[in-house]
Write a protein that binds this ligand. Structure first.
Ligand code: HEM
Length: 180
């Protein structure tokens, strides 16, 4: 995972729980990476999971809950870094539909060494969207949080129903979103 995602996670912890809490969490972790995480660097996914698992334990919340909060917070940071992907849109639905074919395609060209999830879309009604997520990382609650972060940005209230399922031995997760 890119250093920028680690930096967003660190920033989230500092903003919500303080600098000392971040230091305590990092002290508790057994990380593969010994140096500080820097934006353009690429680091083992295991290190991010280690930080999230230790942070959840110390903050007394579930790993899923923390990943969801982190996703929601991360969208604002991704948007601030790359407003050009967001400003053409006024509603979350067409924006979300642009992630797979436009945003993540451009991100792949711009940022070396990224590993991105894949999405498929279904459009069951004007006020609904289904995103089928696949990633070996299986960051299901992080994805749910990112979608909530998109809804926050467009000041739209949404409901999400998630469903993990297997097809031909591969695990996917559907996010069925209803826009109000
Ligand atoms: C301005 C918009 C966005 C930018 C610039 C962006 C960029 C990125 C970057 C740099 C990563 C890290 C990949 C890595 O370190 O290997 C990432 C991961 C990810 N992105 Fe996006 N992204 C954006 C919007 C979104 C949105 C709206 C969603 C969800 C609907 C999304 C879903 C994800 C997920 C779930 C991951 C985690 C990686 C995984 O699951 O394997 N992204 N994105």
């Amino acid at each position: 995972m890119k250093g920028m995602i680690f930096n967003v996670a660190e920033k989230f912890i500092v903003e919500h729980y303080g600098e000392d809490m971040l230091d305590d969490i990092i002290d508790e972790c057994n990380l593969i990476t010994k140096e500080p995480f820097v934006g353009p660097g690429t680091y083992p996914d295991e290190d991010l999971i280690e930080i999230v698992v230790k942070a959840a334990a110390m903050l007394n919340i579930s790993v899923g809950e923390l990943l969801k909060k982190l996703g929601r917070y991360s969208f604002g940071k991704l948007r601030d870094r790359h407003p050009e992907f967001v400003t053409p849109f006024t509603h979350p639905k067409p924006f979300l539909k642009s992630v797979e074919g436009v945003i993540h395609v451009e991100v792949k060209k711009l940022i070396d060494g990224v590993k991105l999830p894949t999405f498929q879309y279904a459009d069951p009604a004007d006020d609904e969207l289904v995103i089928t997520y696949f990633s070996e990382r299986k960051l299901y609650p992080f994805m749910e949080g990112l979608i909530q972060g998109v809804a926050d940005h467009f000041e739209t209230s949404i409901q999400q129903k998630t469903r993990i399922f297997e097809k031909e031995g591969i695990e996917f997760c559907d996010y069925h979103i209803k826009f109000n």
